[in-house]
Design a binder for this molecule. Structure first.
Ligand SMILES: NC(=O)C1=CN([C@@H]2O[C@H](COP(=O)(O)OP(=O)(O)OC[C@H]3O[C@@H](n4cnc5c(N)ncnc54)[C@H](OP(=O)(O)O)[C@@H]3O)[C@@H](O)[C@H]2O)C=CC1
Ligand SMILES: O=C1CO[C@H](CO)[C@@H](O)[C@@H]1O
Length: 271
């Protein structure tokens, strides 16, 4: 496995296991520098969203790189519903400067709206405007609700996921349904990188705490999208394909789970 390794989604599309997240990266110089640096290091996958207001900068750098890059963007909550989603998609397409978006996600399961949003995404998929469609921040009950109204199974569910929030039940549900799990805030936004258990494993492998978490994501078959605007960290985060966590490490990391969220609970939007 290497930095460009992919996972096959349930519709046959190949999605890189590892990418750069760009939440809170300013549109303009900041996002351009981060994306350029990542693409130079060998990243082939960028995760943005209409909400992040930096699709234009991401698009500019992808165009400049002139190579195949997998781009994910997401429809924001205010744009949910059938017609509004189609309009939002068109705007993202223009911002990114591409005809076909690789992966389009429903950002949050907005109560009373996400099923209509999904219908619009199915249309975009059928028209070939997007290579794969998926969801973000969906719990099992919202995935069940979607299944009652549509036979298209989401290709991806992007959720908060790290050793302190392992979401075992959702993990198993998605595996069973063929929905690829993707980890947001894999590095806990830096808040747990001084955890002693993590640091012990890091010392054993001569790697950083961040690298241990990202390698754990890879070994759990969870796609991961760490954010950084710091060139050294962009390199460091990608340097996880030359070692392996052993069975003892995996057992130890499993014990860290405490259901701890650093971001919002999906219930905030779905209830
Ligand atoms: N679907 C959704 O609802 C959500 C999706 N996301 C997506 O997931 C991506 C990642 O999540 P995000 O919330 O940004 O947080 P991360 O867990 O990726 O953490 C990012 C923070 O960690 C720092 N950092 C990065 N690498 C290292 C390192 N090697 N050592 C120490 N610190 C490091 C960064 O600093 P610096 O940049 O200064 O280097 C930044 O402060 C987002 O950018 C976004 O694309 C995120 C939240 C919600
Ligand atoms: O993608 C996102 C980035 O982080 C935000 C704050 O936690 C989230 O609300 C949003 O879903």
């Amino acid at each position: 496995m290497n930095l460009q390794s992919t996972i096959t989604l349930n519709n046959g599309v190949e999605m890189p296991r590892f990418g750069l997240g760009v939440y809170k990266v300013e549109s303009g110089n900041e996002v351009e520098h981060a994306v350029k640096e990542a693409l130079n290091v060998g990243y082939t996958h960028i995760d943005t969203a209409a909400f992040y207001d930096n699709e234009k900068g991401v698009g500019r750098m992808i165009k400049e790189a002139n190579k195949e890059i997998f781009v994910t963007t997401k429809v924001w909550n205010d744009d949910q519903g059938y017609d509004a989603t189609l309009r939002a998609f068109e705007k993202s397409q223009k911002n990114l400067g591409v005809d076909v978006i690789d992966l389009y996600l429903i950002h949050w399961p907005v109560k009373g709206k996400f099923v209509d949003t999904w219908k619009a995404m199915e249309k975009l998929y059928e028209e070939g405007q997007v290579r794969a469609i998926g969801v973000s921040n969906f719990l099992e009950r919202e995935l069940d609700e979607l299944a009652q109204h549509s036979s298209t199974i989401p290709a991806v569910n992007q959720v908060e996921y790290h050793p302190w929030l392992q979401q075992h039940s959702l993990y198993d549900y998605c595996k069973h349904q063929g929905i690829q799990l993707e980890a947001w805030s894999p590095l806990t936004r830096g808040r747990k990188l001084d955890d002693e258990t993590l640091l012990e494993i890091a010392k054993k492998h001569n790697k950083s705490a961040a690298q241990i978490i990202l390698r754990w994501n890879v070994q759990k078959d969870v796609i991961t999208i760490p954010k950084s605007v710091t060139p050294e960290r962009i390199k460091e985060n990608a340097n996880i394909f030359d070692f392996e966590l052993d069975a003892d490490d995996m057992v130890t990391l499993a014990t860290l789970d405490e259901g701890l969220r650093f971001g919002s609970h999906p219930k905030k939007f779905s209830e």
